[in-house]
Design a binder for this molecule. Structure first.
Ligand code: M6R
Length: 608
């Protein structure tokens, strides 16, 4: 996830672009850059690190002009440095492009352009777009852009300027966010998100997929994907800037919960090519996998829970036994690690001190390593042999939501990749599983339509002293994640147990009115968990069950059932976590807690 801003009008473009980027820094902040047309010449400056580095660099040598584009980056292709920062230019520096999204077929296009004599400076997919526009440019930028985008696969929002046509700004939207801001007095603005526009205009046009905007200082024209001119409705923004930064949501946590369908789609897109699994440099070859005789998945907190779901996937798809361990334990207790061990580290931030130390410990004993992380160029990503990125975009809320679900997607794909290479699964089975994975975003969307049930539950549980989360098998892992989410946001003591373990001690804690969540989605275990729920209700507990649509049996043993859509057993954790996240969120709100920054916690735990 990156942020784009562009401007064409009467104001100083550097001021407008930098101002706009400041409002988008939440979307990405590992590097930033700007291109301005100054006296018909293209001037570009890029800096690694936060936007302030770019602002400082511009202080000594400001750009003067009324047309420009800028970008704040959250690295997806290539490490976050100045070379990989946007804007990207064609070879002779006459065309400049900023991009948000992923060009799926950029390697093929790059190969083609290299065969045509083009050379590349960066590792990014975006540079390919700049060079492709150059390839098609004869005497009309618009035509070159339309020809170039007809070759692109994937998701992209683009801002383009060129000194060949120094009065123009071109923007394209295809499956990545881009809005247009319009003002008769000031000119035309483009941005990934509305906050960047609000200082200048509240009149916006929401672009649809495939639409292209061509703007000069006095006017703009919008074309649809058939290159026909279209008239679009102008909407008036009435929100405050503060609300707009969160896309109209009250907190980042709920915004990020709602971002999950899109994040999962992006995660899937990045792990496939031509309908086949393609993890590129995120996995080992068949020969290398044949050398491995044990797998450890090591992580902390929510990432550890993702790893525990991953264990089920590896065991089911690839028939490989997997050990999971908490990073802070593993680093002091890893006696069996050797050069035949594969260590998979899961970490949203890629900077968690314990996970990093576990990685270093494993490497000391010769283990091969793969990381699953959301942050390109993070320490863990840099120090592992292979990296598989989550593509969740920046996660701001301390309580992890979209990073978890995209970690699950990465683990499913890695397990399928291993299973295929080790001949443990048929192509047909892989196809079916991937089809089911592709259905998950829509299923999550359907769960986000009506939030009243979660708000009501939050009101019912908010004054509890103690809450329990129970499940069996994979449902127990989901119960652990539900409990962690609820305790960190609500500050209510919440414990998780395997449901079958209850009567071996913990049932003594149940008294009249104790609130218990039971997760019952695993087909072979639903009846067993339902009978545990019955044991609880008969002792006075108030039971909420999370189960699959159609499993009405649960209604007999629970006070309330939250139904989630059906999927394969192994994929159910992606769906069951959504009600858990929403319950945690609304309970925190109901208690008046600091939702995005719960007490005593940090987003990235960089100390032991
Ligand atoms: O950045 P990491 O994924 O390595 O972080 C691991 C945990 O600290 C993290 O998942 C933590 O448990 C979250 N606050 C949970 O919501």
């Amino acid at each position: 996830m990156c942020g784009i801003v562009g401007y064409c009008g009467r104001l100083n473009a550097q001021d407008v672009v930098i101002n706009g980027l400041e409002k988008l820094e939440y979307r990405g902040y590992d590097s930033a850059g700007i291109s301005i047309l100054e006296n018909s010449s293209l001037r570009t400056k890029k800096k690694a690190g936060r936007l302030i580095n770019l602002e400082n660099a511009l202080k000594d040598d400001p750009f003067k002009g009324n047309i420009g584009i800028g970008h704040t980056r959250w690295a997806t292709h290539g490490v976050p440095n100045e070379t990989n920062a946007h804007p990207h230019l064609n070879t002779n520096g006459t065309i400049s492009v900023v991009h948000n999204g992923i060009i799926e077929n950029y390697l093929d296009l790059k190969e083609f352009l290299i065969s045509e004599g083009y050379t590349f400076k960066s590792e990014t997919d975006t540079e390919v777009v700049a060079q492709l526009i150059d390839y098609y440019y004869e005497d009309d930028l618009f035509t070159a852009v339309t020809k170039a985008i007809s070759k692109l696969k994937g998701a992209y929002a683009l801002g383009i300027v060129s000194e060949n046509e120094p009065d123009k700004l071109i923007a394209v939207r295809h499956a990545s966010p881009l809005v247009l801001g319009v003002s008769d007095e000031l000119g035309t603005f483009i941005a990934s998100d509305i906050p960047s526009l609000l200082e200048y205009t509240r009149d916006v046009i929401y672009l649809d997929n495939g639409e292209i905007v061509v703007a000069d200082k006095d006017s703009y024209t919008i074309y649809n994907e058939n290159l026909e001119e279209v008239e679009k409705e102008i909407s008036k923004i009435t929100w405050s800037l503060e609300a707009a930064t969160k896309d109209g949501f009250e907190h980042f946590m709920i915004k990020e919960i709602f971002e999950q369908p899109r994040a999962i789609e992006e995660a899937i897109l990045n792990k496939m090519k031509d309908d086949e699994i393609n993890l590129s440099t995120g996995t080992f070859t068949k020969e290398e996998l044949n050398e491995i005789n044990q797998i450890y998945i090591v992580a902390c907190g929510t990432a550890y829970h993702a790893g525990q779901v991953g264990k089920f996937a590896f065991e089911q798809f690839a028939h490989i036994p997997v050990t999971t361990d908490i990073a802070s334990e593993f680093r002091y207790n890893s006696p069996f690690i050797d050069d035949k061990t594969l260590l998979i580290l899961v970490s949203q931030s890629g900077e968690t001190a314990d996970t990093l130390a576990a990685l270093r410990e494993g490497k000391k004993h010769g283990a091969k390593t793969i990381s699953i992380t959301n942050v390109v160029g993070s320490s863990i990503a840099r120090e592992t042999d292979k990296v598989l990125y989550c593509y969740a975009g920046p996660e701001i809320s301390v309580a992890s939501t979209k990073a978890y679900t995209t970690q699950l997607i990465a683990l499913y794909f890695l397990a399928l990749d291993f299973a295929k290479k080790l001949n443990k699964i048929s192509d047909e089975e892989i196809k079916n599983i991937i089809n089911e994975i592709k259905e998950l975003p829509n299923k999550i969307n359907s769960m986000l339509k009506d939030l009243d049930i979660y708000k009501n539950i939050a009101e019912e549980i908010k004054d509890s002293q103690s809450i329990f989360y129970l499940g069996r098998g994979l449902d127990f892992i989901s119960a652990k994640e539900g409990a962690l989410k609820l305790k960190e946001t609500s500050y209510i003591h919440t414990e998780s147990f395997p449901a079958g373990e209850l009567k071996h001690g913990s049932i003594a804690l149940i008294e009249d009115g104790t609130k218990v969540f039971t997760i019952a989605t695993q087909s072979k275990l639903v009846e067993k968990t339902a009978s545990n729920s019955q044991e609880l209700t008969s002792r006075g507990a108030h039971v909420y069950s999370i189960g699959r649509v159609g499993d009405t049996l649960l209604e007999k043993s629970a006070d309330k059932v939250i139904y989630v859509p059906n999927s394969l057993d192994v994929l159910m954790p992606v769906l069951t976590v959504v009600p858990e996240q929403l319950i945690a969120y609304f309970t925190s709100v109901a208690k008046g807690n600091d939702v995005d920054k719960p007490r005593n916690l940090a987003k990235s735990v960089t100390v032991e």
